[in-house]
Design a binder for this molecule. Sequence first.
Ligand SMILES: [Zn+2]
Length: 151
Amino acid sequence: MTRIAIKAGVALLALVLALLLAIPYLIAPTWTCDRFLRCWGRRAHDIHHDGLRVQVRVAPRFFWLFNVLFPTSRALTMGRTVLTRDAEVAWRVRTLRHEMRHAFQFRAAPRKYVPRYTWHYPRTGWRRHPMEVEARAAEDWPIDSERVPQT
Ligand SMILES: [Zn+2]
């Protein structure tokens, strides 16, 4: 009962936040996502590939909330910001390649990124989600900034 109430509370909070951020997102999607995500956690390092630079942050408190709705999620990318659950995830090479692909998906169609992701998610889940399939395929391909420590 309590867990359901917590889930409902977090879902309501997420809905209110989404509605508050919807208008700035439609006007300036990259700016809005960066401003919102960079309120969380601390900067770990930057990654870059093919002219795109992305800030990686460690934000455990964000994931305390986010994981109520998406328990297996370890990282989230929007705009030019990656939030990670902990420092280990923030330096994992395959995760960084994966999240960098999401950053490119965002850059290719900033206004469509969040609607497209949320449209597919309930229909395909994470495994067969086309944006996730593409990002998982990118995990085998090095990015320019792979001078990061290997895990
Ligand atoms: Zn992903």
